[in-house]
Design a binder for this molecule. Structure first.
Ligand code: NAP
Ligand code: HSE
Length: 429
């Protein structure tokens, strides 16, 4: 059982590694308050320590090699964010053999060597966590391994490659070419070091092996999996699909059938009213069907520095809690607080009044709204020659208390028969 600080080493300080170091240092106190574990990044390992990076670390933080990290008794968790196969595998194996907990975001290494690595982690009785390996920032692995552990899953179907989803979205909405959008996805840090892995479906195939293992307790060989990418998709196909009522998405599908487990990655026409059809840009989503919970969709950012680092940090904390033992697994502490009174909240509102249809009514109402600081974005008044007609307006962002005050006065006007409805408008972001 480990007491006090938990030491962390980060292998790889690229897109994701920098995000992890940043979150761990910025949110260290908050993480401690929430989880009871005090995490300290002690060392980082990179290929070229002299490279200019988006983060400032003291030179002593850079380990000269993996051995320095393995020998350091103050390092408990090794986080592999190098990517690729052979070196990453070698480093994970050495870390597990040195009885360090390992966190990785590397789906390629799991797809090729997962079974062997999990055996090794079991043998050495140390955690091996991989939340960021599928779906970037979406908590996906933890729900599948913990929350849904009592479910018989019948299928998993997902958009699990951010780069290709970004490309297909931009081709659909902006009619831009495949090559131009791929460049953009690379510069945003979504694409793999070699983006052919994204474009040809291999990255999604790697991730599908992880999902299938969790959903059906079965390791399938990558070579058994059907894999097609998006290179052949033309904007013409996207337009025809849309006319037919479909969106084109790169789907990864794992299904339990009478013949066995189906595992395939390919472009797919999805009905426009299916929840997966509105998953756009770098967002990913996995649609799970199980005998017990039914249909469930997990949705979020599938790639990028901070979304991915968020998942890695979650794993580091989980591993640290296991290493620190039972105390940190006690329920979390909360402080007592109060919610803001609703009259002090702001928002945009739809208001329907029933009013007399005569000149001057709108002016009287607008005057009272103005005095209460309520600014109106749009007004609709329809119908004539009845004793009362609906007058509908939508406000800009206003204080709810001010609106209530104004409507109370408005309700007392002789021309207003009823303040019939006030409904909050949620515009998203
Ligand atoms: P990246 O930006 O290419 O960074 C890789 C880092 O690894 C670099 O700092 C590099 O060092 C270091 N490195 C490479 N070879 C090394 C070696 N032999 N020894 C020590 N360090 C070495 O990669 P990334 O995008 O952060 O991805 C990292 C992992 O996260 C990959 O497995 C990827 O699939 C996964 N992932 C990425 C995302 C994403 O949005 N980017 C999302 C989910 C999962 P130098 O800086 O010195 O070259
Ligand atoms: N290249 C991957 C993607 C990164 O685009 O989804 C996240 O695994």
């Amino acid at each position: 059982m480990k007491e006090g600080k938990i030491g962390v080493a980060i292998l790889g300080l690229g897109t994701v590694g920098i995000g992890v170091v940043d979150i761990l240092s910025k949110n260290r106190a908050m993480i401690f308050n929430r989880s009871g574990v005090d995490l300290e990044v002690k060392k980082v390992l990179v290929r070229n320590p002299n490279k200019k990076r988006d983060i400032d670390l003291s030179p002593e933080m850079y380990a000269k090699d993996l051995e320095e990290i393995l020998q350091d008794q103050d390092i408990d968790i090794v986080v592999e964010l190098i990517g690729g196969l052979e070196v990453a595998k070698e480093y994970i194996v050495k870390a597990l053999e040195a009885k360090k907990a390992v966190v990785t975001a590397n789906k390629a290494v799991l797809a090729h060597f997962g079974a062997e690595l999990f055996d090794l982690a079991r043998k050495n009785e140390v955690p091996l966590y991989y939340e960021a390996s599928v779906g970037g920032g979406i908590p996906l692995i933890t729900p599948l391994t913990e929350s849904l552990v009592g479910n018989t899953i019948t299928s998993v179907m997902g958009i699990i490659n951010g780069t290709t989803n970004y490309i297909l979205t931009k081709m659909t909405t902006e009619g831009r070419s495949f090559a131009e959008v791929l460049d953009e996805a690379q510069s945003l840090g979504y694409a793999e070091a070699d983006p052919t892995a994204d474009v040809d479906g291999l990255d999604a195939a790697h991730k599908l092996t992880v999902l299938v293992a969790l959903a059906f307790d079965t390791h399938i060989q990558l070579s058994d999996l059907h894999c097609e990418g998006i290179r052949k998709i033309d904007t013409m196909d996207i337009c025809f699909a849309k006319d037919l009522g479909y969106a084109i998405k790169l789907l990864a599908v794992g299904k339990k059938t009478e013949l066995g487990i189906e595992a395939r990655v390919h472009p797919t026409l999805i009905p426009l009213n299916h929840p997966l059809a509105s998953v756009n840009n770098v967002f990913n989503a996995v649609f799970v069907e199980s005998e017990e919970v039914g249909e469930l969709m997990l949705y979020g950012r599938g790639a990028g520095r901070y979304p991915t680092a968020s998942a890695v940090v979650g794993d580091i904390v989980s591993a640290a809690r296991v290493l620190s033992g039972s105390k940190t697994l006690l329920p979390r502490k909360f402080v007592k607080g109060k919610a803001v009174p609703v009259t002090e909240t702001a928002g945009s509102f739809y208001v329907r009044l029933m009013v007399e249809d005569r000149p001057g009514v709108l002016g009287e109402i607008a005057n009272i709204l103005g005095k209460n600081g309520v600014s109106v974005a749009s007004v609709i008044q329809e119908g004539r020659a009845q004793d009362q007609v609906p007058l509908v307006f939508v406000t800009h962002e206003v204080n709810y208390g001010g609106l209530c005050q104004g409507l109370k006065t408005i309700g007392g006007l002789s021309c207003v028969k009823d303040v019939a409805n006030v409904i909050r408008v949620e515009r998203g972001k």
